[in-house]
Design a protein. Structure first.
Lengths: 106, 405
């Protein structure tokens, strides 16, 4: 089973299985991963599902698109590989992916 | 699972979040989430958008998966509630059975305000609040048909956009002089009227519905001036009313919503409430406010869960909202109630992206951001930091790099 790891700001790791067809935000909320809110339900409208992709993975999972970019631009915890996880459709090939979570979802 | 039992009445955004947050806050007893719709708790905002337009299914809209509730040992109970017996600590269900609770949360939501005119009960008059409502509307909506929408608020306008996308002929009837009259500045209303007219929607303002005519099925909508508008079906979107009957019948204080404090406690400190059914005094507004929005429901639910677990959290997040119509994404940060000035960044008369900032005595209190996510996020941050005094020129052409860090 393909797995993804979410590393919280204080270093705690939550692992969840990837369900193809879901967004990474849904994977997090369906597995009670703390630190991913997803308040708008996946519309890229709230910015509360911010994750920072392990740079080694960023080529495979892609960088943020224009809408995400606008939402992330004002975020003080923003990093080059930041994404809104609701805009990331997961696939089995992402087995082993690690993302970090910011201290605050704003 | 044994131990104390928390019962949550209402399984929409607030209820589902409260259940999840109880587990995050360390509640180890039972959690029973009672709802009167058979589906898993689902997201309501997409009902008038993606679900109505046929771009997603109800399964897609589940807030969390069935596996989540199973794994978190959250029991979903499909039932209605007749009454609350606070002395005995139990609920009486619709079927007469009783359900005991140690902790109780009320997330009863709101229901559409009914249109009270002759003919309002004819076949083909719909409301839009639940997935079932959307199913009925989709069954009635086929290309070329005439839909009349009563109410030019967010639900009415989003529905208009979705029905246009399905190829229907759409007319929106707004009773006041402009759409979104209650919630936005005239400049923003004019923008939305323009984009809807450009999309072929008939927008009629100052249009008071006097009656709906037809034999058993809607045929036309009669306006107060004597005019009639042909309709194959009607959708009414004239606001919501909070579901407070259970609370008031059990003696809880209700004041335009179940009255809660900053820790989501009702007038009975052992009972919390969250979501569209509540009202709370907002320090920034100096009065009790009832918010109808998902982010607020989520925030209140998180605090309510903490309160039930004996932790001291307070509702602090500022409200925000969003609406999608055509290619336009409107994001609203803050509450503009009581504004005395607006500053525009961009030109709503001709652009398809602009921001309308709302100020009260020179202080930024809210912003309507149309296709301007950066300014939305900027405003959210500025308001969270304590609304600063910003010059009008700064707002009209915000230097977005300045507020970072």
């Amino acid at each position: 089973m393909a797995m993804v790891s979410f590393v919280s700001h204080d270093g705690e790791t939550h692992t969840a299985s990837l369900d193809e067809g879901q967004s990474l935000m849904q994977v997090a909320t369906n597995n009670a991963v703390p630190g991913v809110d997803g308040d708008c339900g996946g519309e890229a409208a709230c910015g509360t599902c911010h994750v920072i992709v392990d740079p080694q993975w960023s080529e495979r999972v892609g960088l943020s698109g224009p809408d995400e970019e606008q939402m992330l631009a004002m975020n003080p915890e923003r990093e080059p590989t930041s994404r809104l996880s609701c805009q990331m459709a997961v696939c089995d090939a992402w087995d082993g992916l690690t993302v970090r979570l910011p201290e605050f979802q704003m | 699972m044994t131990g104390p039992r928390a019962v949550i009445v209402g399984a929409s955004h607030a209820g589902a979040q409260l259940a999840a947050s109880l587990r995050q806050e360390g509640w180890t007893g039972e959690v029973v989430l009672v709802g009167d719709e058979s589906a898993l708790p689902y997201q309501r905002p997409p009902l008038s958008k993606a679900l109505l337009a046929g771009k997603s299914t109800l399964e897609d809209l589940a807030i969390r998966s069935a596996a989540f509730y199973a794994k978190q040992e959250i029991q979903l109970l499909d039932a209605t509630i007749k009454s609350i017996d606070r002395t005995a600590g139990h609920l009486v269900l619709g079927n007469g059975e009783s359900l005991g609770y140690d902790k109780l949360a009320l997330c009863t939501g709101a229901r559409p305000r009914r249109l009270l005119v002759p003919g309002a009960l004819l076949g083909g008059v719909y409301y839009l609040r639940t997935a079932k409502d959307v199913e009925l509307i989709r069954g009635a909506a086929s290309p070329g048909q005439r839909a009349v929408i009563v109410g030019g608020g967010y639900v009415g306008l989003e529905t208009a956009a979705s029905l246009r996308a399905l190829g229907l002929d759409v007319t929106v009837l707004e009773a006041t002089e402009r759409v979104l009259e209650r919630v936005t500045a005239p400049e923003v209303s004019a923008f939305f009227e323009r984009i809807h007219r450009d999309a072929g929607v008939g927008i009629r303002t100052n249009a008071l519905v006097e009656a709906i005519a037809g034999d058993t099925q809607v045929r036309e909508v009669l306006l107060s001036g004597g005019e009639s508008i042909r309709a194959d079906f009607v959708i009414v979107g004239i606001g919501v009313e909070p579901n407070t009957e259970l609370a008031s019948a059990s003696g809880l204080v209700v004041d335009n919503g179940i009255a809660i404090d900053d820790r989501a406690r009702t007038s009975d400190p052992g009972i919390v409430a969250a979501g569209d059914c509540t009202s709370r005094t907002m320090a920034s507004h100096g009065r009790r406010v009832r918010l109808e929005c998902v982010p607020s429901a989520g925030e209140q639910a998180k605090v309510a869960a903490a309160t039930l677990c004996g932790k001291a959290k307070e509702i602090t997040a500022l409200p925000w909202f969003w609406s999608d119509q055509y290619d336009v994404k409107l994001q609203i940060a803050g509450l503009n109630t009581g504004y005395d000035e607006v500053v525009l960044s961009g030109d709503p008369r001709q652009d398809r992206d602009f921001t309308c900032f709302y100020l009260r005595q020179g202080v930024l209190i809210a912003a309507d951001c149309v296709n301007r996510p950066r300014e939305f996020m900027m405003t959210k941050r500025l308001l969270a930091q304590g609304a600063p005094l910003l010059g009008r020129a700064e707002l009209a052409a915000p230097d977005l790099t300045d507020v970072r860090g």
